[in-house]
Design a protein. Structure first.
Length: 379
């Protein structure tokens, strides 16, 4: 680690004060176009293991890769260091987050007041598991790609449709009672195209208020079979997504189309009531910051993805071209302010984006949010 790398001071202030100070530092880092940042990532994506209970055909897990875990002796020290600045934590590594050992991790989560952003296939989301998570749960996203049993079970084998829907229905109702937002997300595969309006109705009847549509990524041997753009073309997909948007508007459902331009967009026809925690406030603040600095990826601003082997990336999509280093070998600070991250910041400021970033929906999202706000407040 370079001697010039800023070192975080041990700070005895309450967590919320440190979170606010970190956000102010991020505004300064962006505003003054720093390449070495004094702010630290507030959002962590990391799982202690890469295990998943499903073999979804639109995911790299379909190839049954070997499961890797961070060595047990290194998990605690790594999380102690990362959690000092972490507010929101997605415990995933292209994996099922509920396969983390939360009973063992809970003391660390509570000690650092880390809030969980869970993205789950819902098979393991029993009422008992949900109740354990609720005290620290910021948001839950349910991966339910279809309202049709045959389609869901094809895409997310060996999921059981009835189990997924039973758990999803309960989680949606229980989270609504305590103010935890629930998002349903679906991958835009060829198999789901004809039922998009019915899917909106189905999620509304489950009590859902927000849907995210994710573009299929080319990380599976089934990509050509599933890719709707290859099968029917962009014009047809635009027509189907517009039908979905109209139905969402009719049902008062929020809809986020996380799809490449010009099809992507955010439509805030309905959002869940949300209990106010520091994660909620920080996320809104970072959203405003991203709009003010549109063109600089919001994930590069405050997100860190760490794989179980320590390999680290600046974003959730984790393209190999953007590897920042290895936190287990190099340390967190050396990765966060190392040469690869400094070069990436320089390129973001210059609008000279690395190839994986060009057209990325995460980079485009702040503009979509601004457009959504303008639609709601045309005056």
């Amino acid at each position: 680690m370079s001697d010039s790398t800023p070192q975080p001071a041990q700070d005895g202030r309450p967590k919320y004060r440190r979170e606010l100070a970190n956000f102010v530092a991020a505004t300064k880092d962006l505003g003054e176009r720093h390449t070495v940042w004094t702010s630290r990532p507030y959002y962590l994506e990391y799982s202690t293991n890469s295990a998943c209970n499903l073999r979804c055909i639109m995911c790299s897990q379909v190839e049954n890769p070997p499961v890797y875990s961070t060595p047990l002796a290194q998990q605690g020290p790594l999380l102690e260091e990362l959690f000092r600045n972490t507010t929101l934590w997605t415990p995933s590594a292209t994996s099922e987050p509920l396969l983390n050992n939360f009973d063992r991790l809970w003391p660390l989560i509570q000690k650092h007041n880390v809030q969980l952003d869970i993205i789950t296939n819902a098979m393991l989301l029993t009422p008992a598991v949900l109740e354990k998570l609720l005290p620290q749960l910021h948001r839950i996203t349910l991966s339910v790609d279809s309202h049709q049993k045959a389609v869901l079970e094809k895409l997310r084998a060996p999921a059981v449709f009835e189990t997924v829907i039973e758990h999803a229905r309960h989680a949606t109702r229980r989270c609504r009672e305590v103010g935890v937002p629930v998002i349903y997300h679906m991958v835009l595969a060829y198999d789901v195209l004809d039922g998009l309006e019915d899917y909106v109705d189905f999620i509304a009847e489950l009590g859902g208020t927000r849907i995210t549509v994710l573009e299929l990524l080319p990380n599976t041997p089934h990509f050509d079979e599933l890719d709707p753009f290859r099968r029917v073309g962009e014009a047809k997909i635009a027509e189907r997504l517009e039908a979905m948007r109209r139905r969402a508007e009719e049902r008062g459902m929020g809809l986020f189309l996380e799809v490449h331009a010009p099809l992507g967009g955010e439509y805030d026809y309905g959002s869940p009531n949300t209990r106010v925690q520091s994660g909620t406030v920080l996320e809104m603040m970072h959203s405003e910051l991203a709009e003010a600095h549109a063109g600089f990826c919001p994930m590069v601003t405050g997100y860190l993805k760490v794989e179980p082997d320590g390999t680290t990336f600046p974003c959730c999509r984790a393209p190999r071209e953007l590897v920042l280093g290895n936190v287990l070998k190099d340390g967190v600070e050396a990765v966060w302010n190392g040469a690869p991250m400094q070069r990436l910041r320089e390129r973001m400021f210059a609008g000279d984006y690395p190839e994986p970033c060009k057209g990325c929906v995460v980079l485009e999202a702040p503009r979509w949010r601004a457009e959504s706000r303008a639609r709601q407040n045309p005056g």
